[in-house]
Design a protein around this ligand. Structure first.
Ligand code: FMN
Length: 385
């Protein structure tokens, strides 16, 4: 990372500035894959509209000099109500991207959730010293999923996020147009796209190729570990559209640690999750990347929080670009917020310091929002809706 780039990245004043830097650094195919939604991108627009259309009511003349953005989550005090969300293939954004994200999370004192579909293995990421959570996609062959869980547990991970909103791959037409869908079909357009982004070409792609050839998904069993650009994941490790509440019950029997279901939006599903004995849920529409008609988490959170009471912990994500967005999710009933694209934009813009900067921006904005609202604790935000 050049000092010049780091300095430019540190000069970014908000997440949108980091996004613009990320856009310049990454080939278009990769940037769009991170940035965009699905189908007509209605869910993505709805996310922004829901934050912009929601107000927070300030209380004045509150002495807030000792306010804190810290929270206690799962019995542990944390300096921030954030978790770095699982994002597939973050190792393509920067060389060793997943490790850099984990280090940034560690520096901020928050957990980093490793994706099933990361380029770097959980064993290697563990060396970053961060508190790691693991995100699970259930594969068709359950015995392979169970073997993966053993691997994850052996790394000392005690918090598992089961993603339940991705029964099939969503339809992302821009990936096809950009030649970024799987399998990657070599094209002049793709070659020009990469050639026009030499910093990424030399800093990421060529380094990955020198280090061991085309990257693959590090959690796939070795016999099925194809190149990330190849067609057809083997049938046994395909996304499974038969996952149901029985799988949750099975997981509850097998996994002795914490289980979090990610991707719920219906209050009835949240109640069912509480009955299934999971510890927490993430109210999420996957950052507007899956079901294009899905509601925004902000609009359903109050009903969900009411319906589950204190039977489980409610987390939320999707669309957070400002500290005030996070404040709104916390005010609407979330105990903490997962961040997907914001740290990824920071990572693309400036590596680990860039990801740290993204978290620092959101921390600062949340703190200012709380001060202006007259909130001394994150819990006080509940009264502001
Ligand atoms: C590039 C990218 C890859 C993602 N990969 C995964 C994944 O592998 N597993 C998962 O559960 N969620 C995945 N997500 C969704 C995030 O965990 C999170 O729900 C979402 O990004 C939150 O919205 P935000 O990006 O607006 O913060 C991904 C999101 C992005 C942007």
């Amino acid at each position: 990372m050049t000092g010049y780039r780091t300095a430019r990245c540190r000069a970014c004043l908000n997440i949108d500035d980091l996004r613009r830097m990320a856009r310049r650094y990454l080939p278009r195919g990769l940037f769009d894959y991170i940035d965009r939604g699905t189908e007509d991108e209605t869910a993505l627009r709805r996310l922004r509209q829901s934050f912009d259309g929601s107000e927070l009511m300030p209380r004045v003349l509150v002495d807030g000099h000792d306010r804190s953005v810290g929270v206690t989550l799962f019995g542990r005090e944390r300096p921030l109500p954030f978790i770095v969300a699982p994002t597939a293939a973050a190792g393509l954004v920067r060389y060793d991207g997943e490790v850099l994200l984990a280090r940034a999370a560690h520096a901020a004192g928050i957990p980093f959730c490793v994706s099933t579909q990361s380029i770097t293995s959980i064993e290697a990421i563990a060396e970053a010293g961060a508190e790691l959570w693991f995100q699970l996609y259930v594969w068709r062959d359950r015995s392979l999923t169970h073997a993966l869980l053993d691997r994850v547990a052996a790394c000392g991970v005690d918090t598992l996020i089961l993603t339940v909103d991705t029964a099939v791959s969503p339809k992302r037409e821009y990936n096809q147009r950009n030649g970024f869908s799987v399998p990657v079909v070599p094209s002049l357009r793709g070659a020009v796209d990469v050639a026009l982004h030499p910093a990424w070409l030399y800093g990421v792609l060529l380094r990955l190729l020198r280090a061991g050839g085309w990257p693959g998904y590090a959690h796939y069993p070795p016999e099925f570990r194809t190149r990330i650009t190849d067609a057809g994941t083997h049938d046994r490790i395909r996304l499974c559209d038969r996952v149901n509440w029985e799988d949750v019950a099975d997981l509850r029997r097998r996994w002795t640690g914490r289980i979090i279901l990610k991707g719920l939006l219906a209050p009835a599903d949240a109640t069912r999750a509480a009955e299934a004995g999971v510890d927490a849920i993430v109210v999420s529409n996957h950052g507007g990347r899956n079901l294009d008609s899905a509601p925004s988490p902000l609009t359903v959170l109050p009903r969900i929080a009411d319906s589950v009471g204190n039977r489980l912990t409610v987390l939320a994500d999707s669309g957070v670009r400002r500290g005030s967005d996070a404040a709104k999710l916390l005010a609407a009933g979330a105990s903490a917020v997962l961040l997907g694209r914001a740290p990824l934009f920071g990572l693309a813009a400036g590596g680990q310091p860039g990801a740290e900067h993204a978290l620092a921006i959101l921390r600062d904005e949340l703190d200012r929002t709380m001060a202006l609202l007259g909130c001394r604790t994150v819990g006080d935000l509940r009264g502001c809706t």
